[in-house]
Design a binder for this molecule. Structure first.
Ligand code: BGC
Length: 435
């Protein structure tokens, strides 16, 4: 039910015809790969026979990449034959978020310009200026609204500080014609929401920022946009709910979806239910020595399989990407529980063919709303179904060593799932596995 609605929403809102370009390619990655041999270790402890450097490894949520240029870190993505990234299609998602905001403005033009000055002003909360997902969302919003300017051949995603007079150089004023009237669209302010200790995507910082912005130019703010729901909800609760200013986020966390009934403008589901499954399923398959796409593009014995329209696999990038779905007043009721597992992959694996294995998995920031309230609860449901004993490590969101220090004995584990603090830092993990 949920899936059908999601697909309808995706097709309708985005006009997309998604062909999972990679899943066929992915079938080529077959059982003859490395960690196949680790599958015969019985019981629930690491076999000790497989070198740490050959154990399955999944990067998730933060793709190994250069945080300045966005270039993928292919060394990390090819660490061994059973290394992959699991995330979502950041560009498609960023575009969907931008379109969602634009559609809302167009549909509500008669009431959106709160001070009637003909300028639709929005403020933007940026998560992490060095994170591909965050950059894609900033770009998607600016592209859709027409406020984007180019920098080095790409949409500039830099924060602008404040821009109440429209003079900022990283964005431009746009015009939008609706019902014979021309409106200006202006990015009034944007800021990376990083706290003083260095944690990014920081919800509390966003809550403070909206207070500061509102007290100096509050009546000019007609729309609030955020790179994620954690920050979006913080701004909504601090200011926009009371002032009836539509606020848009990303992630479809349960609290944000529920808030749509109270005026939250909308959010995007990055299909965390599919991503969490892929994160653990790839490890499972590698440990069992079966085709890496078992239970993904082809059904496993328990009947688990993903349809091609909810993810793509990019072989060159060694990356699985879930697709995004807009969640708005129109369809939010079917997204109320963000921790509900994906119905098509909800079947328990047989312990005789998929015996218990130990996985080390970290969440870079235990306080991150999306990862703690949506992603980890999903992982915890799937780990049971997949017979994986997962040790969850929670980081502080700012210190990589706080996490790597807890990977002191990789020999105790059969496989690893890593969520980095900084996307440049893959080597600080792989070096521990190579020793
Ligand atoms: C999510 C954010 C989250 C970030 C953490 C993004 O994909 O949308 O909510 O803070 O990942 O890396």
């Amino acid at each position: 039910m949920k899936k059908k609605l999601a697909l309808l929403a995706m097709a309708a809102v985005l006009g997309l015809s998604v062909t999972a370009c990679g899943s066929d390619d992915a079938k080529d990655d077959s059982a003859d790969k490395g960690a196949a041999d680790s599958g015969d270790a019985a019981g629930d402890s690491a076999s000790g026979e497989v070198a740490n450097k050959d154990k399955p490894l999944v990067w998730f949520n933060r793709q190994p990449s250069n945080s300045t240029t966005g270039e993928l870190d292919m060394t990390a993505l090819n660490f061994n034959e059973n290394t992959y990234y699991v995330g979502f299609d950041a560009t498609q998602g960023g575009d969907a978020q931008g379109e969602m905001v634009k559609d809302y403005i167009e549909a509500n033009i008669d009431k959106i310009d709160r001070n009637g000055d003909g300028v639709i002003g929005y403020v933007l909360a940026i998560g992490d200026i060095g994170h591909n997902d965050s950059i894609a969302r900033t770009r998607g919003v600016r592209n859709a609204l027409g406020t984007a300017v180019e920098k080095d051949g790409k949409t500039n995603s830099d924060p602008i500080g404040t821009n109440t007079d429209g003079s900022a150089s990283a964005v431009q004023d746009a015009t939008l014609e609706i019902g014979g009237k021309t409106y200006t669209i202006r990015e009034l302010a944007s800021q990376e929401m990083k706290n003083s200790a260095g944690a990014t995507w920081d919800a509390a910082t966003a809550g403070n920022a909206i207070g500061t912005w509102a007290s100096s130019f509050g009546d000019q703010i007609d729309v609030v946009v955020s790179n994620n729901d954690g920050m979006g909800m913080s701004m909504f609760n601090a200011w926009s709910k009371d002032n009836e200013v539509p606020t848009f986020g990303y992630d479809a966390n349960s609290d944000a979806v529920a808030a749509i009934a109270e005026g939250y403008g909308g959010t995007i589901s990055q299909h965390a239910d599919v991503q969490a499954y892929l994160t653990l399923r790839i490890l499972r398959n590698a440990l069992d020595g079966v085709d890496i796409n078992t239970g993904i593009s082809t059904a496993d014995e328990a009947g688990n399989v993903l349809s091609e329209d909810v993810y793509t696999y990019n072989e060159e990038q060694r990356s699985y990407y879930a697709m995004n779905v807009p969640v708005t007043a129109e369809n939010y009721e079917s997204f109320m529980d963000s921790t509900e597992i994906y119905a098509d992959v909800a079947n328990q694996l047989d312990e005789s063919t998929s015996p218990s294995k130990k996985v080390w998995l970290d969440i870079y920031n235990a306080a991150d709303n999306f990862l703690s309230s949506t992603y980890q609860p999903l992982l915890q449901k799937y780990d049971d179904l997949l017979n994986l004993e997962v040790e969850y490590i929670g980081g502080d969101g700012q210190t990589e060593s706080n996490i790597t220090n807890r990977l002191g004995n990789p020999g105790q584990y059969d496989a690893f799932a890593i969520n980095m603090v900084k996307t440049d830092n893959a080597a600080s993990y792989t070096s521990l596995l190579s020793q």
